[in-house]
Design a protein around this ligand. Structure first.
Ligand code: LLP
Length: 419
């Protein structure tokens, strides 16, 4: 893990900043993001595409981590944004992303959301049904604008990932069945207020092999050729996100192989290519730093942290595995025994790891929950009236506060008690 280093005196550091210093200054639980890691990951993906001589535009999937400080990193790197709600659209705009560089996906965009996005000149709307297309045509006509439309095709390909994050199977709610695309595309091209630009697909998240991509992209390429045979114009192919990372001992997606798959399947179509990665860009660029409240021993050893499932939902929701590293180097000399690492919330699902080999972790010692930059803070809640954790951005060896810890009284500040 290139961003981490260990020093006998200072313990574990992330991008050269000792995590103990961050915990001392900002308290725990605290999210720590590394700007250097974000830049390095973006550069690696760009380099993989460049290696295949592929002009692929990267639209960062805002849902993975929508903090303005993170969005502004991507804006500075020249990325576009992929959004799934008007809230995400407005966040990306606030971070300085041009409306023309924003793609809007999702099965249920409301009329109000579409109006706002169109009114601000959004670059692309990925339409997921005939019903949405009709609605969009009506709104665009009424506003006197032309909606730039891409149809999201459901390629019916198994992404080989967790069922809760698979999106490209026929049984999933996403996209339009391939069989329905030709007629709907022709219809879109004839509708007032609509400009049919091309196709999109997204088959799922945390994909570790190029194989499902190869299958899905081959189907997309066939569809582009079929549409062109009908003399329909296809200029854009949005290849979606889903690039997987190594959380445990599994290797992450091989970027060179991913780029080669794109070139081989859709590289000669002469379309404008784009991808929408989220997790790959920010997952390993963030960690959740927590303190041990106490260790309790029943039949098992439980390490109880001050972070809980309200901060990081992934283990409870998907049985996700996250690395857990003690911050204090002295602890590495104690014997490792199995422990369940849990939070203080009143649910058995509030468990970050089961039977994990860890050294003795006395109260007050700190641990880092790794690879939590994506789908971490964005999925957190205030369950059990737990105030939102703080977050910091590390850049150039300095840690800067980017979200203050929420004061408890803010939890109910906007609640109304009828007289
Ligand atoms: N594009 C679309 C249309 C998507 O639905 C998604 C993710 C992405 C792009 C970005 O996918 P990524 O590159 O990050 O895999 N909360 C889950 C992940 C849900 C992903 C939803 N869609 C988790 O924590 O694993």
């Amino acid at each position: 893990r290139p961003a981490f280093s260990m020093n006998v005196r200072e313990g574990l550091s992330f991008e050269s900043v000792p995590l103990n210093a961050i915990a001392d200054q900002f308290g725990t639980p605290v999210w720590v993001y590394g700007a250097g890691s974000i830049r390095a990951r973006f550069a690696a993906l760009k380099a993989a595409f460049a290696g295949e001589n592929l002009p692929v535009h990267i639209h960062y999937a805002v849902k993975a981590n929508d903090h303005l400080a993170i969005l502004s990193q991507f804006q500075r790197l020249g990325a576009g944004a992929d959004v799934v709600s008007i809230g995400e659209f407005l966040r990306a705009r606030q971070a300085g992303v041009a409306a023309a560089d924003i793609v809007y996906s999702g099965v249920g965009k409301s009329a109000e959301e579409l109006e706002t996005a169109l009114g601000q000149g959004i670059g692309q709307i990925n339409v997921e049904s005939a019903e949405e297309l009709e609605m969009l045509s009506g709104i665009a006509t009424r506003l006197g604008v032309t909606a730039p439309v891409v149809l999201r095709m459901n390629p019916d390909v198994d992404a080989g990932t967790h069922a809760k994050i698979t999106t490209g199977l026929a049984e999933n709610k996403f996209g339009i069945a391939a069989a329905d695309i030709p007629a709907l595309y022709a219809h879109a091209a004839s509708l007032p207020g609509i400009r049919a630009l091309g196709l999109a697909l997204h088959i799922g998240s945390q994909i570790l092999s190029t194989e499902p991509y190869a299958k899905a992209y081959a189907k997309a390429a066939d569809m582009v050729r079929a549409l062109r045979d009908q003399r329909l114009s296809v200029e854009v192919l949005d290849l979606g996100g889903g690039i997987g990372i190594g959380y445990h001992d599994e290797p992450g997606m091989n970027l060179a192989a991913f780029a080669a798959t794109i070139r081989r399947t859709v590289g000669d179509l002469g379309v404008r290519l784009m991808v929408e990665p989220g997790r790959y860009l920010v997952g390993p660029a963030g960690l959740l730093l927590a303190s041990v409240i106490l260790q309790k021993r029943t039949q098992k050893r439980f390490v109880v942290l001050d972070a809980a499932m309200n901060e990081l939902m992934r283990p409870a929701l998907y049985e996700a595995w996250h690395g857990i590293l003690p911050v204090d180097p002295a602890l590495f000399h104690t014997a490792q025994t199995q422990a369940d690492v849990v939070g203080p919330i009143c649910e058995s699902a509030d468990c970050f790891a089961q039977d994990r080999a860890l050294p003795d972790l006395p109260p007050g010692t700190r641990v880092a929950l790794l690879d939590t930059g994506a789908y971490g803070a964005v999925m957190s809640s205030a369950y059990n009236a737990r105030p939102r954790a703080a977050s910091v951005l590390v850049d150039g060896g300095k840690a800067v506060l980017i979200t203050p810890r929420q004061p408890p009284q803010d939890l109910w500040a906007d609640e109304i008690v009828p007289a």
